[in-house]
Design a protein around this ligand. Structure first.
Ligand code: XIL
Length: 450
């Protein structure tokens, strides 16, 4: 959608107070034990609820009260962007980024890093570079910034907004794109090397349904997973207008089925008749997708927003809007699907026999279900196809699978490679996963080459 940025500020105040009056008329009954904050309610569903915040507003007591009571994740609105962190080439400035980081960590929140590489908000010196000088500078930027925050960031937007709008499904032209189509994977590899603990995300907008742009990104992520380019998550900015695509949830699910987490990263919704409903629809979609790990709104109060159409959950006075109540109710009413929380990848040495494979499984379980991540290791010879047999305890059944096809649930389930991950080089590995009900498998799976 087209975003109208705020010219600001006089006419807006009247609109804000009208919105406040409208919102205070709305009181929803809640059950005695329902969570009363966004963060607490999301946590009950195994998710975070975050906000983009600005270092310059941390002295505002209403702002910090809302931040610390309602939110369990923070994203720097501008403070970790390239122009902020490397204003002169090779001279890094982390003061404001560190303020956001420390605000989040001191409140027990997750911190989303945003954004290592982007065509916008580049420092002037980078804008005037091209070719290998720009490529080297960009990779150095990723290495230095991700390295500075090593071990502290939950998820990094490694690359932001690299795809074109419209029907092409292709890349956006930019100085970075002109360094070669592989600039995105080079950035992800550099980020993994600099901070192996952070989840690495690709983040974009106008991807709020199954469309040409989101399909272009989907194809890239599938290719990255097949070739072992390190990517863990996809961010959907979700800057929304007065409607929401009916395929919003299905789009999240198809990415999750590739074996990446999905996150709503910059949610804001034009104020109007549908604002509260659209917020609830997005919330329910995230709860319905097991690998949707959290939602971030792009600001706290309407007066903090980069937009001029009052798109947030609190009005300019810090009062809860109808949209707030709608999100909280959706969270409290939501199902119990729980996303995997940073699965510990259990590694075992690859088997020594040629043409053989071995599999290990790591589990994230909750009461009534689990997500299993299975790693398939090739031995000292390449593997051209594989099946992995997993014995499920009685009462357990597989409900969804990614990066493999499953037959035989319940009992012993056989997972077979899909077209893009059957071939594993000697000593290499691939991963697939599945979600199930009941208790997860405990025995080591049996891997067979085919
Ligand atoms: C916006 C900020 O909110 C503004 O303060 C700044 O002037 C411009 O950038 N997509 C993104 C965000 O990934 O970084 C943008 O944030 C909004 C669109």
């Amino acid at each position: 959608m087209q975003i109208r940025k705020r010219p600001r500020r006089t006419a807006l105040l009247a609109m804000v107070s009208a919105a406040a009056t409208a919102a205070t008329g709305l009181v929803f009954a809640s059950t005695a034990d329902a969570a009363t904050t966004l963060g607490a309610s999301a946590a009950e569903k195994g998710r975070y609820f975050g906000a983009a915040i600005a270092a310059g507003r941390l002295g505002d007591s209403t702002y910090t009260r809302l931040l610390t009571t309602e939110f369990t994740s923070v994203t720097p609105e501008n403070e970790m962007k390239w122009d902020a962190t490397e204003p002169q080439q090779g001279r890094f400035s982390f003061t404001n980024g560190d303020r956001i980081l420390n605000q989040g960590l001191s409140n027990g929140s997750k911190v989303r890093g945003h954004a290592l590489l982007w065509h916008a908000q580049q420092p002037g010196w980078a804008q005037s570079l091209s070719g290998s000088a720009l490529r080297n500078a960009a990779i150095n930027h990723v290495t230095q910034v991700a390295g500075h925050y090593k071990g502290k960031i939950y998820a990094w937007d490694v690359v932001n907004e690299a795809f074109a709008d419209g029907g092409s499904g292709g890349r956006r032209d930019s100085n970075l794109q002109r360094t070669g189509n592989d600039w995105i994977e080079a950035a992800f590899r550099a980020a993994r090397a600099a901070d192996p603990a952070a989840k690495l995300c690709y983040n974009d907008y106008n991807t709020d349904g199954i469309n040409a742009k989101s399909t272009g990104i989907y194809t890239m992520v599938r290719d990255f997973k097949a070739r072992g380019v390190p990517i863990d998550c996809v961010g959907f900015q979700s800057h929304l207008g007065t409607g929401i695509d009916s395929s919003y949830q299905a789009n999240l699910q198809r990415f999750a089925d590739l074996g990446v987490d999905v996150q709503i990263t910059e949610l804001d919704v034009q104020q109007g008749g549908n604002q509260a409903n659209i917020y609830a629809t997005v919330t329910r979609a995230c709860l319905a997708v097991a690998r949707c790990t959290g939602i971030t709104v792009w600001g706290i109060r309407d007066s903090d927003s980069w937009r001029d159409d009052n798109p947030l959950l609190f009005d300019g006075g810090g009062n809860k809007k109808a949209a707030y109540t709608s999100v909280l109710n959706a969270l409290n009413a939501g199902g119990t699907t729980t996303p995997p929380s940073s699965p510990p990848v259990t590694t075992s040495p690859p088997p020594s026999g040629g043409g053989a494979c071995a599999a290990t499984v790591s589990l994230n379980s909750w009461n009534g279900g689990y997500v299993a991540t299975v790693r398939v290791n090739a031995g000292s010879a390449p593997v051209n196809g594989w099946t992995v047999a997993v014995a499920l305890p009685s009462g357990s059944a597989v409900t969804s699978t990614w990066n493999a096809t499953a037959t035989g649930s319940p009992g012993t389930v056989s997972f077979r490679n899909v077209t893009y991950n059957g071939q594993i080089p000697a000593g290499g590995h691939t991963e697939f996963g599945f979600q199930g009900t009941g208790a997860g498998p405990t025995a080591t799976p049996a891997c067979t080459v085919t």
